[in-house]
Structures are given as C-alpha cells and as structure tokens.
Design a protein around this ligand. Sequence first.
Ligand SMILES: [Zn+2]
Length: 319
Amino acid sequence: MNAAKIISTIQVDLDGLWTNLQYYGYESDVSPDAIFETAIPRYIDLFKEFNIKATFFVIGKDTEDPKKKALLQRLHEEGHELANHTYTHPFGLRKLTKEQKLQEIEKGEKAIISITGKKPLGFKSPGYDVDPETQQILREKGYIYDSSVIPTFVYPIIMRINSFVTGSAKRTHGPKLHWFLAPNSPYFPAVDSEWKKGKKMEQSSVSIPLLEIPCTTMPFFKIPIHATFALKFGMLYFLPTYFATRIVRIPINYELHAADLADVISDPRLGHLVGMPLERRMSLCRKMLKIMTKHHHFVTSIELAKTFNRGDKEQIRWL
Ligand SMILES: [Zn+2]
C-alpha cells in the first residue's frame, strides 16, 4: 500500500508577457506575446512525454487574440484542464468590490466556455490573493475548487524587505503572513476564513462544497517547492523540499508558470525573468518530472478535487 503513488496535480499559470509587465506597472497589448506563445507548445510536448494531464489557468483576456485562442484550444484537445484565472488578472483581487470580483470571475468563465463549451470549475486568483468573499462567490457559482492560497512566510517577508529597501509603498496584495499556518494539503475552508480548515457540512448552503487546493510548500519549513524557486536554485533546492512532502505523503500541487518554459526574454523591464538558458530550464523540468512521476500520479486539479469530494479512502485523512 505504501508503494502506491500519491494522487497529485500540476498547475500552470498562463501569465504571459503583458501580465508580467503589468506586475511592474507597465501597460502592454495582449499580443504579440513571446512568453505565452513559446511556452505552450513546450508544455504540450513535455506533459505528453510524461503522460501527464495538467491544469492550465487561463486569463480570459488572452482569448481575444486568435493565435492565443488556438493554443488554448490545443491544450483542451490534449485533455488538459482549462481553469479560470480571472479576465484581466488584477493584482489585489480581494480589495475589489464584490461586484468587480464577480465580473472578473464571470468574464473569465465565459472566455473559457468559448473554447471548451463547458463552465470551468476551478479558480486561481492572481498573485495568491483571495478572501472569504471571493471563495463565497465561487461556492455560489458552483466552483469545486480554488487554488489561491500558498502556506508560506517567504513571499510576505520578501515583499516587506523589498518595500523597506526600495522605500516603495508597501504592497498590500499577495499572500498574508499568517497563511504559513494554513493547511499544506487540500482542505474545505471555513466560510469566514480562506486559510482555516472548516467542515464540509458548514458549506451546506451550497450544493457543492468548495475545496482549497493550496500551492504545496515544504512541510515544517514552509518554503516554496514550486518551479519558480526550483528553476532558480536547481536540483539541490528541489530535492530536499520535494522529498519532505513524500515523508508526510501529502498530495502535492506543483505550480509552474508560462515563463518557466518560454524563450529567454530580453526585455530590460523584466530583469527577473532573464536568467537561466532555456535548455537548462528544460533539462531541470525533465529531471524534476522524472522523479515526481515515480512517486506521484498527476491528474488535473478537478480530478484531484473530486477524490476529496467523494471522500476517497486515501484522501480522507487529510480532511
Ligand atoms: Zn497569474
């Protein structure tokens, strides 16, 4: 039994060139997009090689461009899940009004329906920024899972140091410091707290309870294990952080971004993306997937959520 693979998921956030520029306060058209357009064909090939069905978080606005829409169509035809990552990718979603949140979610939803013909059932807020109100909207709209929480202290601390060093205004969006106490495996959030475990029954006002599938971090130390860090620091970072998840046998949610497999972007405004050559990133991703697929069986996030909803035997102990 112990040798059985742990059911887990891989998520790719399709934050393209304009989204990365937006993060630094620059405006840009949706296309051309050297990040989005070069990364997707590589993800299709890589996941095919490892027989993985993944979940891609789509920003609705990207479907306005026919070239991008065709790439999203290919992902869908390959059997990957397309999930909602809002329509305009606003940083600071939880500060928006309820009406604005609803609009971001509904417009993002329609964009995905225009490709798959089906309503998406998973959501991720831009920049790990979610609150109970957003989760309640998702419940009322029949979503099965959210993936906006990351249980780590690393991002909030980096953000505080950044604003201290640069003297810039403190950023108020992103993960909250106390989220490092949030569960590191999927949980049904309490109705009044996005990061605290609640009871499935508490959500009885809706027919389907909402599951939070957090972005997995290293057990005990709560440092991120996902690709943004692993590709920066290499296998010596990946191995201990990943193997710690195996010790506790949690289902993992391994996160990647479009930029991780995109061409090298030489835009000086995006200094943080210029770094490792593509060949090295590809080779690291292959090594990581080779190791992870030995111990984890990767399914789309909606499939993973269903195993929790049904209360499958292997998942029940995490609830
Ligand atoms: Zn994003």
